[in-house]
Design a protein around this ligand. Structure first.
Ligand code: GLU
Length: 305
């Protein structure tokens, strides 16, 4: 089995500097530990035509290389189906007919943690299920045996978080992210998951599910995001934030790479950054882009504060 890290973008549009910074970090983590580096396109949901091509081109332009062919989630439904059947065979799934509204309005079960699925459909009788099936298609949920699970993260240490009866397959038949990511990482030999720290709270669910499926739990490193000056996650409206926009503003890809590496305290060339890379020295705080990117890119480097 290979030992690999990965970057797994959703092809919903162009990558912005926050995504590119996470990709560089994932690459540095993998390469500095002698791992392969894989690219997986998470196109089950929100895929936009042409986005994948642009994303791959931009990743290559900032100096990232990867091993083997790019994998697409839409081509892997047999694997997800097999995992679902294994869970169902072990009595670990159930059909859920709740609408979003019903979930919001349901009284939460006693002792149920905030934000947890209230368990409405957990113990329906076969007769009740029959009736509900005629009304709407069912989603498939995990019958979780815990309410909390702990993971270890390279940057966050021990992190304990909610595990509820989360959705494995949506009622439109699309496999849920939490199932797909666990199956993909395990089946691709990914034993190191580096991604934005907005996903840290999903990690206990994923690690718990990996255990149920008999998979090895990967090493996790959730890296800080890039925020705009109002402290929100970087978005398209925040000025020049994609490689194409930055090039237009006078910052070619090499300069963006240098600026992103410097923003995590590393030398601005990728080989030098790789030689100097030390996970323990990475910043734990978000990087705030505090002006229109185009303006401070006229300096030698993108500056954060
Ligand atoms: N596809 C997810 C995203 O672009 C990342 C998932 C992951 O790295 O686990 O936000």
């Amino acid at each position: 089995m290979t030992s690999a890290g990965r970057f797994a973008p959703s092809p919903s549009g162009e990558l912005h500097v926050g995504n590119l910074r996470t990709a560089l970090l994932a690459w540095l983590f993998a390469r500095s530990s002698g791992r392969e580096f894989l690219l997986r396109v998470e196109d089950l949901d929100r895929a936009r035509a042409g986005a994948e091509e642009v994303q791959l081109r931009d990743l290559a332009a900032i100096g990232i290389d990867w091993d083997g062919p790019v994998v697409r989630q839409t081509e892997r439904s047999a694997l997800y189906g097999a995992a679902l059947r294994r869970l169902a065979g072990g009595g670990l799934t159930y059909e859920c007919f709740c609408t979003r509204r019903e979930i919001q309005e349901a009284p939460s079960a006693p002792h149920a943690p905030q934000g947890a699925y209230p368990g409405t459909c957990r113990d329906l009788t076969e007769e009740q299920r029959e009736r509900r099936r005629a009304e709407r298609p069912a989603a498939i949920r995990l019958r979780a045996g815990v309410t909390e699970w702990a993971v270890t993260d390279v940057l966050h240490g021990r992190y304990s978080g909610l595990v509820d009866d989360f959705v494995l397959r949506r009622n439109d038949g699309v496999v849920a992210y939490n199932l797909a990511v666990v199956v993909d990482d395990a089946e691709q030999g990914v034993d190191q998951v580096v991604r934005g720290d907005d996903l840290l709270s999903s990690t206990p669910r994923q690690a718990y599910l990996a255990g149920l499926l008999g998979y090895r739990v990967p090493e996790y490193a959730h890296v800080p995001l890039v925020l705009n000056s109002s402290g929100r996650r970087l978005a398209k409206r925040d000025g020049a934030v994609t490689l194409a926009e930055l090039a237009e503003a006078g910052a070619p890809a090499e300069r963006v790479t240098a600026a992103l590496l410097e923003s995590v305290g590393l030398p601005g060339s990728l080989p030098d950054a790789l030689a100097a890379f030390n996970p323990a020295a990475l910043p734990r705080e978000p990087w705030v882009l505090d002006a229109e990117s185009g303006r401070f890119l006229r300096d030698s480097t993108l500056r954060g504060r």
